[in-house]
Design a protein around this ligand. Structure first.
Ligand SMILES: Nc1ncnc2c1ncn2[C@@H]1O[C@H](COP(=O)(O)OP(=O)(O)OP(=O)(O)O)[C@@H](O)[C@H]1O
Length: 248
């Protein structure tokens, strides 16, 4: 369970201050997939970076399974599996070695790392590349490696930044199935996307973010009825107040 309370983050740039996140609050429950949906530059990545303790909020609080991310960062990190926006797969290592490296950082023994690698590579359909060096991997192969690595320690909460970015239809479908499996196991899954169909296909709850603020929250049906639009695309356009940047 991840509870986000009134998060704020701004950046100083040469031309002035940018309010990237401006009072974001929401809850993501266990056994559910929560989607952060918003156009380019809405503040999704910045919000997620604060959730997984990479960035310190200017204001606000986040609790992961009741633990405060500021005061109990180490314990929080053990409970989180993260697919960051920069996938950061080590090219000199094989996929298996990438996964094992993270497993060791989490203090797992070799037998457990092997078992987790087997389970995850099967679930993600990546057995064929497991022992290949990551140099030259396609985007999908890199993403799968990064996801397997993020989940090696069997975390209860999973945060994925635009996981289907650049993936083909078959890989996207396989990934969706994998995320449903994580939900069925009772995990709390949060993922971000700027593609409304993507979020509607998968999410139990959708948090719509625009210009650093939450502009709506609910199921796809609730968002449709809230905006009095039958078509989900029209509903989202109405909620974010513009068509700009919503579609890939
Ligand atoms: N380090 C930074 N320095 C300055 N501005 C930043 C920084 N990081 C983010 N921003 C700005 O904050 C705003 C939110 O960016 P963010 O990356 O969180 O959006 P996003 O919703 O993830 O967008 P996208 O879908 O394009 O990835 C943008 O205006 C961005 O330019």
């Amino acid at each position: 369970m991840i509870q986000v309370d009134n998060l704020h983050k701004q950046f100083k740039t040469k031309t002035g201050l940018v309010k990237a996140v401006d009072g974001v609050s929401f809850s993501a429950r266990d056994g559910e997939i929560t989607g952060l949906l918003g156009p380019n530059g809405a503040g999704k990545t910045t919000t997620m970076r604060m959730l997984y303790t990479l960035m310190t909020p200017d204001q606000g609080a986040v609790k992961v399974d009741g633990l405060d991310i500021a005061r109990e960062a180490e314990a929080v990190r053990r409970r989180l599996g993260v697919l960051p926006d920069a996938r950061g797969v080590y090219k000199r290592l094989t996929a298996r070695e990438n996964i094992a490296y993270f497993g060791r950082l989490h203090g797992l023994d070799d037998a457990l790392i092997k078992q987790r690698t087997d389970v995850l590579s099967r679930a993600l359909g990546m057995e064929d590349v497991l022992d290949r060096q990551a140099e030259g991997f396609s985007q999908g192969q890199r993403t799968k490696t990064a996801i397997a690595r993020a989940l090696v320690h069997d975390p209860k909460n999973v945060i994925l930044d635009e996981p289907t970015n650049g993936l083909d239809v078959m890989t996207t479908r396989a990934l969706r199935e994998f995320l449903r499996q994580l939900r069925a196991e009772g995990r709390c899954v949060i993922f971000s996307s700027h593609i409304m169909q993507e979020v509607a296909a998968l999410c139990d709850r959708i948090v719509v973010i625009a210009k650093g603020k939450v502009v709506a929250e609910g199921t796809a049906d609730e968002l449709r009825s809230k905006t009095a639009e039958d078509n989900l695309e029209d509903a989202f356009v109405k909620l974010i107040g513009s068509e700009e940047g919503l579609q890939a």
